[in-house]
Design a protein around this ligand. Structure first.
Ligand SMILES: [Zn+2]
Length: 64
């Protein structure tokens, strides 16, 4: 369930980003995962295993 994410999904991580929000959009799924902070637009890339460790919740598609 938790790992049921796909490209463009919004996700919540365990820690807030420095800008104060905790909503990210997945912009790349591959060996590495790239997520973009929906508030400040900062993008970070990390290994899939690290992403899944830090992932709190998958919020689903953009319309939710
Ligand atoms: Zn941010």
């Amino acid at each position: 369930m938790k790992n049921n994410y796909k490209l463009n999904d919004l996700v919540q991580m365990k820690k807030n980003h420095a800008c104060g929000t905790n909503k990210w959009q997945i912009t790349r799924v591959g060996v590495d995962i790239k997520i973009k902070c929906v508030q400040c637009g900062r993008e970070i890339m990390m290994e899939r295993i690290e992403f899944e460790k830090k992932l709190k919740k998958v919020l689903g598609g953009e319309n939710e």
